[in-house]
Design a protein around this ligand. Structure first.
Ligand code: ADP
Ligand code: MG
Ligand code: MG
Ligand code: MG
Ligand code: MG
Length: 636
């Protein structure tokens, strides 16, 4: 990992004085990229997925599991083929690339090279994911397993780590997890500590507990060391940070230690990228609900199925002034969201875009906006970047303050990569052949690679349909936010409704200008609440549904039967998850806990249940166990 030689990370007290320096040069770097690459056209679609895994150590005799903090030893082996390839020792590119993540128990795998545009490529995804899992296992000890659960059910409970450590580290000051759980690269403990320092308190995460028949009401968590007096922040829990009837968590690891499934696409040009960014933004909450896979936190069943709010709170570095708790004095803005949240504005200048869709009062840096405008950047893109740049850079390496802004994007990326939003618009790196890309970031990782492939392929096909049918998914962006909250709810797929656009076929002229019928403008842009079944499978006399739209797109293409069958099995999984015929991972895991013989109906997910659950996830992933209620008749 080349990153290790970066130098001395600055304490927040010092780093904050360089914030404007980083922002100023970050904008210069962005402008260099923009000016050189704004007209760039790339021929074909390239795309790739990222899957994150947790490494779990099984003790089959004692029937216990522990999170293995050995990810870095494992990664060293996994990254060797890539290093050999880069060094010219190996002629063939590696089948997979491996990266560290926030947790010292996490690994991230991507395909060795991005996939291409063909349908054959789509079929190769699952194979590559399975190969990655095999590679991961080959690099680990025999009792270690790479499990694609969103989170480890008992993260933050006593005796869950290998090797074990007491929760008394100065970086996160958590009452539940030690600093040794954090990726040891200086960047990560610094990020953790600087978030706390900037915020002025520990991060505060509360997810509603699932009240089962024997769960005390109100639920006051007996496992919180309420009276610990080790750090000055320890008193926060009893002073209101830990809410009754909630699962309280106090460290970045609870969020950034969660595993996601992310998809990055390269667009033909900047405009197509911006269009995809906008069209996929309303899809992000829907896909989170459909992929929901995280009903357990810190040893308790939660009343939510998805992770997003946990991560959002786990990196919320806003000062009390920025959070609107105190009048503005030292801080510049009141900011409505954490750095990890759903997007606040649309980005495209497509003719189907209307300014009324941007109904969130966007906070952005006016000076940066003006600088970008004066340098030829259009209004929407300038606002997008000026919004990202309301944040402070959290990790600054002293030795890297001064770089050549025409050659480096470090300062730009410092802010870009710590704005963790549902969509990310990725400009090309300087001096590379990579084009403008868009990342879809809301999905929860799935237990098996069949599912991970299905969700990935579904999103890729949806982008093809959006582009080739010219679909219009615009709704007011505040409704996308509302959907994001709805998507967390327990069994949201079955019980909730989501805002979605009624008419997705907006007419366009050959020059690309939309021609709304002036008499029916209201109608044309109408949206309504729909179930996920209606959105995915179609509604009678209404929205045709994502899956039927994808099928009609596939019908219009030349595609061999074998490939079509495979793609149909993926679409069918998504379709059945949306209709409720098959369970989401979250529903499956919740049911697993609630029907476990050791479960006492008190919301507690014990060591014993955790062992069986993680084991089950591993067996499903390896094809050794096939739960029909989760996977149907498809062979994973
Ligand atoms: P990040 O962690 O910053 O989101 P990664 O580098 O881990 O990004 O991976 C993003 C994904 O993008 C990978 O699946 C990779 O295969 C894919 N990818 C790489 N190059 C391109 C490209 N030119 N266009 C589209 N996707 C790409
Ligand atoms: Mg990555
Ligand atoms: Mg990652
Ligand atoms: Mg990343
Ligand atoms: Mg990513």
């Amino acid at each position: 990992m080349g990153l290790l030689s970066l130098g001395t990370p600055l304490h927040w007290n010092e780093a904050k004085d360089y914030a404007d320096h980083v922002r100023k040069h970050g904008i210069e770097q962005f402008l260099h990229i923009y000016n050189y690459q704004k007209d760039r056209q790339t021929q074909c679609l390239l795309w790739g997925d990222e899957i994150e895994y947790i490494v779990v150590k099984f003790n089959d005799e004692e029937k216990t599991t522990k999170l293995s903090l050995r990810a870095f030893d494992i990664l060293e082996k996994l990254e060797k083929p890539e290093h050999d390839w880069l060094a010219g020792i190996e002629k063939e590119p590696p089948a997979a690339l491996w990266r560290p993540e926030y947790g010292r128990y996490m690994i991230e795998g991507t395909p060795g090279l991005p996939y291409g545009a063909t349908f054959r490529d789509l079929v190769g995804v699952e194979e590559n994911m399975k190969l990655r899992r095999k590679m991961a296992h080959a690099a680990m000890d025999p009792d270690e397993h790479a499990v694609s659960l969103v989170n480890y059910p008992r993260l933050g409970c006593p005796n869950q780590l290998y090797p074990d450590h007491e929760p008394n580290g100065p970086a996160c000051q958590s009452m539940f997890v030690p600093d040794q759980i954090i990726n040891p690269h200086a960047r990560f403990p610094t990020l953790t500590a600087n978030i706390r320092r900037r915020r002025g308190s520990k991060v505060q995460i509360n997810m509603p507990i699932f009240h089962d028949v024997n769960t005390p009401k109100p639920f006051i968590d007996p496992t919180i060391p309420w009276d610990r007096d080790l750090f000055k922040h320890d008193k926060e829990a009893k002073e209101g940070a830990a809410l009754p009837d909630h699962i309280y968590m106090d460290a970045m690891a609870f969020g950034m230690g969660c595993c996601c499934l992310q998809i990055t696409f390269q667009a033909c040009n900047i405009d197509e990228g911006r269009r995809l960014y906008d069209q996929l933004a309303p899809v992000a909450p829907l896909m989170m609900a459909l992929s929901a896979n995280s009903p357990i936190y810190r040893g308790y069943l939660a009343d939510v199925d998805a992770r997003w709010n946990v991560i959002s709170a786990s990196v919320d570095d806003r000062t009390p002034e920025e959070r609107g708790l105190k009048p503005l004095n030292d801080s510049k803005y009141v900011i409505n969201k954490s750095r990890y949240d759903s997007i606040d504005s649309y980005l495209s200048n497509d003719p189907t875009y209307k300014s009324k869709y941007d109904d969130i009062d966007l906070v952005y840096d006016k000076d940066i906006y003006q600088k970008l405008r004066d340098s030829g950047v259009d209004d929407k893109l300038a606002k997008h970047v000026a919004h990202l740049f309301i944040r402070d850079p959290l990790v600054i390496f002293k030795e890297l303050l001064n770089v050549d802004d025409s050659q480096s994007s470090d300062h730009f990326e410092n802010l870009q990569s710590t704005n963790w939003q549902t969509m990310r618009f990725k400009p090309p790196p300087p001096n590379s052949s990579i084009g403008w890309r868009v990342e879809f970031r809301s999905m929860e990782v799935q237990i098996s690679d069949f599912e991970n492939a299905a969700y990935s392929v579904f999103i890729v096909l949806l982008t093809r349909v959006i582009l080739s049918f010219g679909l219009n998914f615009y709704i007011p962006i505040s409704k996308v936010d509302a959907n994001m909250q709805t998507a967390h709810k327990r069994d949201a797929v079955l019980n909730e409704k989501f805002y979605f656009r009624k008419n997705v076929f907006t007419s366009r002229t050959s020059t690309g200008n939309a021609q709304p019928n002036p008499e029916s403008v209201e109608d044309e842009d109408a949206y309504e609440l729909m179930t996920l079944n209606e959105i995915v499978n179609g509604k009678e006399n209404g929205f045709p549904g994502f899956v039927p739209l994808i099928h009609s797109y596939l019908n219009s293409t030349n595609i061999d039967i074998e490939t079509r069958c495979k793609l149909s099995s993926y679409l069918s999984l998504i379709s059945k998850r949306a209709s409720g015929e098959l369970m989401t991972g979250a529903a499956y895991l919740r049911q697993f806990v609630q029907t476990h013989p050791a479960y006492k109906k008190d919301s507690v997910v014990s060591d014993e249940i955790t062992y069986d659950l993680v084991k089950r996830a591993d067996q499903i992933a390896k094809g050794e166990y096939h739960p029909k209620e989760l996977l149907g008749n498809f062979t994973a």
